[in-house]
Ligand binder design. Sequence first.
Ligand SMILES: NC(=O)c1ccc[n+]([C@@H]2O[C@H](COP(=O)([O-])OP(=O)(O)OC[C@H]3O[C@@H](n4cnc5c(N)ncnc54)[C@H](O)[C@@H]3O)[C@@H](O)[C@H]2O)c1
Length: 274
Amino acid sequence: MSDKLDASGKTVVVTGAASGIGRCLARQLSDEGARLILADIDKAGLDAVAREIEAKGVDVIARQVDMADFAAVDAFAAEALDWANGSLVFVFANAGIHGITPAIDPDLDLFAKVTAVNLMGPVHMSKAFVPRLMKQGIPAQLVITGSQASFLAAPGIAPYVAAKHALWGFADSLRIELLMEQSPVGVSLVAPSRVDTAITRQRVGEYHAKGGDKAVEAYITSMVGPEPIAEVIIREAKKREFWIIPSHEPTLEVFKARADAVIHAMPAGEIKHG
Ligand SMILES: NC(=O)c1ccc[n+]([C@@H]2O[C@H](COP(=O)([O-])OP(=O)(O)OC[C@H]3O[C@@H](n4cnc5c(N)ncnc54)[C@H](O)[C@@H]3O)[C@@H](O)[C@H]2O)c1
């Protein structure tokens, strides 16, 4: 995807802006001179971020929106496009939650909740924003926050892994359709890992509560703050890359092993014709 994007003087949407990576995206984009439309389910946290950004003299609106509720997301998108008045260039569909339950006997209510926010949230954002961005007619990028759990599995967080894997399938399908349409709208999939934010602290806390182990300690010491992660996301989103993988973690070999297992299985399952 060509046509490098710039946020300065343009309008940007960030969801999950009350905390963590989303809050850093909002802060850094406001420093670049973007007008901001922020959303989160946490009204108090969101208002605090909006006040902080407003104090810098930046135009910002903040709305309490539940990403699991399509009607609310759709109304938010209509308002955002109206407010942007032809200048909306980035939509960061970043909101997410954790989901700690084993694959062997998953908590089904938690599974449904994680799916509703982490998978259907970005799907809702895409359905609400992409057709409107296409109508707006200028180059723009939907940036979906997946995870390294979009391409790697991990124990104890089955709904999270399942939803984030499904996001890869959705985002890549969207990428292909937008290319076929020769649309000025593109899509990116962000795959962070081990970022020191509220949801990772929650996961680490729950593991500790269950007794903790060396793996948890290693996890904590390898975490990075959300600021450098947001910097990489913004830098790569401007280049309109599909994959944005802001990580220092050695996951390459694990991913290669998964890909090799699929490649190995392909000839073994081949059906002989004739
Ligand atoms: N922290 C990590 O290590 C890590 C790794 C990979 C992916 N991610 C992803 O990054 C994204 C941001 O997470 P974070 O690490 O900054 O965590 P965070 O908890 O600090 O921020 C998530 C934000 O999403 C909001 N949110 C939750 N449910 C919502 C809903 N239904 N509607 C609207 N907003 C909602 C929360 O209120 C919160 O402000 C998530 O999609 C997460 O899965 C994080």
